[in-house]
Ligand binder design. Structure first.
Ligand code: SF4
Length: 223
């Protein structure tokens, strides 16, 4: 069945509002999310890393180096130490110094505003690029991470096997004015309700629209 996307996102926003933490966006302090450089670097640090470790590492790093011009000249060993709680911290330290150098030398110290230019930076893929563009520049992109990919497929908004295809299909079914909301709403929902292993159907405000839930109910009815 065709999904009432606007209603689904409205209900997720309603439950999110009830639990909203002031001053955060994508789980990050709002000052980082609003600064394209800090948003970009934090998102690279967050890859395969828990939020708490990302926040701790980002806070320490930006306390010392808060611009590309400063970070490009930072000693590698010191940056490794500052970001140590994150996974793959050595590779990420090298990458963020190199990103800072490229931003400074090729982009006038600014974070570029296109997926293609961002995608060309070390450890920056499409997901990181669309997150930065939507959160820091308020541009119309759908940032598809593991939560958005999983939940969109469970509900039946899309039928895909990769995040890139999910992004393309979501752009067809989600009204454009809601693209930027998708990531924040689904990430929080995915952490608290529609979790990877045991989704909490019993407290889910959108289960009547969810293919996975409806299929499970149908299966139980047949058993
Ligand atoms: S009904 Fe279950 S699987 Fe479907 S969106 Fe809700 S929590 Fe996720």
């Amino acid at each position: 069945m065709e999904k009432p996307v606007r209603e689904i996102l409205r209900r997720l926003a309603e439950r999110s509002d009830d639990r909203a933490m002031p001053g955060s966006a994508k789980g990050m302090p709002i000052t980082w999310a609003a600064d394209p450089f800090k948003m970009l670097i934090s998102t690279v640090l967050s890859q395969r890393t828990r939020d708490e470790s990302t926040h701790a590492a980002s806070g320490r790093l930006f306390g010392r180096y808060d611009t590309p011009q400063k970070l490009m000249s930072a000693p590698l060993e010191e940056v490794e130490e500052l970001i140590r709680p994150v996974n793959f911290h050595k590779g990420k330290a090298r990458a963020i110094i190199e990103i800072s150098r490229i931003l400074t030398e090729r982009h006038g110290g600014e974070v570029p505003k296109t997926v293609e230019e961002l995608d060309a930076l070390p450890l920056v893929g499409r997901k990181t690029a669309t997150c930065v563009l939507s959160y820091a520049y308020d541009l119309d992109y759908i940032c598809v991470d593991t939560h958005v990919h999983r939940i969109s497929n469970r509900i039946g908004l899309v039928r895909t096997t990769t995040p890139d295809r999910t992004e393309e299909e979501l752009m067809d079914v989600v009204p454009r004015d809601l693209w930027r909301s998708v990531n924040e709403l689904l990430v929080r929902f995915g952490q608290e309700v529609c979790t990877p292993l045991r989704p909490k159907h019993d407290i889910c405000p959108i289960r009547e629209f969810c293919d996975l839930y409806l299929e499970e109910q149908e299966g139980k009815g047949r058993a």
